[in-house]
Design a protein around this ligand. Structure first.
Ligand SMILES: Nc1ncnc2c1ncn2[C@@H]1O[C@H](COP(=O)(O)OP(=O)(O)OP(=O)(O)O)[C@@H](O)[C@H]1O
Ligand SMILES: [Mg+2]
Length: 278
């Protein structure tokens, strides 16, 4: 569970807040996506959920942030790390550089958590299968493709079994097939393992297909919040610097051309588009 109450945050010396009066709750096991144009505050929000904002970046914060029962504004980062797993958009920032193999890289977090060795091996095997990294255990983390590195970064976080996983555009390095795999993994994590998934993402088609809920940030403010079908089909999207999915665009064009009734709800996924045009 994530709970923000009236959170406003300014980076040091910034004149405008990066997060401006945010209040929302995300329940346990929900897959929640946050979207918004460049500079909207997505990365800042992800960093705040993991305590890096303000504990690492400094600056000034008001309001409260609770993640899985922890006050992340004040709890030591080491305590937060065991509960909130943070995955950055660039896997290069995540890979420790201190380990020579994929297996050891994944083991790193477990060693820090003092997980018994006998328990480590099956957990690593399981998570490598989950993340599609089979056969790469003995490879150097630096001899992987961008997509494989991204999946390694995700595996290294998930192996610690965090209650909440926060991901900042985790599919930016991935091709469409790789991105879909990552979304599927996160979807099943939320559904079957009751892990709360909070993800900043620009790929609205994937958000539409996989997320339970979408938050829209605009200049640090929460301007929309609801199920993907509602938020992503909204005519307001353009005002926030976002482009609807191609399914919504084509359907809207069909409505404007008079080929479809104007009150049929607009599709946001391929499946919905097929239904819309049938
Ligand atoms: N370390 C920093 N110091 C000062 N200002 C920052 C810092 N990081 C981000 N900002 C500012 O905070 C605001 C929000 O930035 P943020 O990176 O959170 O946006 P974003 O939605 O993640 O954008 P993008 O889509 O480009 O990743 C922007 O105005 C940005 O310039
Ligand atoms: Mg960002």
């Amino acid at each position: 569970m994530i709970r923000l109450a009236d959170v406003t945050y300014r980076y040091p010396r910034a004149t405008v807040p990066a997060l401006d009066g945010l209040s929302f709750e995300v329940s346990t096991g929900q897959f929640c996506a946050v979207i918004g144009a460049n500079g909207a505050g997505k990365t800042t929000l992800c960093s705040a959920l993991a305590g890096f904002v303000p504990q690492f970046y400094r600056g000034t914060i008001t309001g409260s942030i609770e993640v899985a029962g922890l006050n992340v504004v004040e709890s030591p980062l080491a305590d937060i790390a065991g509960t909130v797993g943070l995955v950055f958009s660039n896997p290069f920032n995540q890979i420790t550089g201190a380990r020579f193999t994929v297996r050891d890289e994944i083991a790193f977090g477990l060693e820090n958590m003092a997980v018994p060795v006998a328990e480590m091996e099956p957990r690593i095997e399981e998570i490598m299968r989950f993340a599609g990294l089979e056969g790469l255990a003995d490879r150097s983390p630096f001899a992987l493709s961008g997509g494989q590195q991204q999946r390694l970064a995700i595996a290294s976080v998930l192996v610690m079994r965090p209650k909440v996983v926060v991901l900042d555009e985790p599919t930016s390095q991935l091709d469409p097939v790789g991105a879909k795999e990552v979304f599927s993994v996160l979807r099943s994590l939320a559904t079957t393992a009751e892990t709360t998934v909070f993800m900043a993402e620009q790929k609205l088609e994937w958000v539409a297909a996989f997320a339970d809920r979408v938050l829209v940030l605009h200049q640090g403010k929460l301007v929309a919040d609801g199920p993907p079908g509602e938020v992503l089909a909204s005519p307001d999207l353009g005002r926030y610097g976002l482009q609807p999915t191609r399914y919504t665009q084509v359907a809207r064009a069909a409505q404007l051309a008079g080929l479809r009734s104007a009150d049929t709800p607009l599709p946001v996924t391929l499946e919905q588009a097929v239904e819309f045009f049938n």
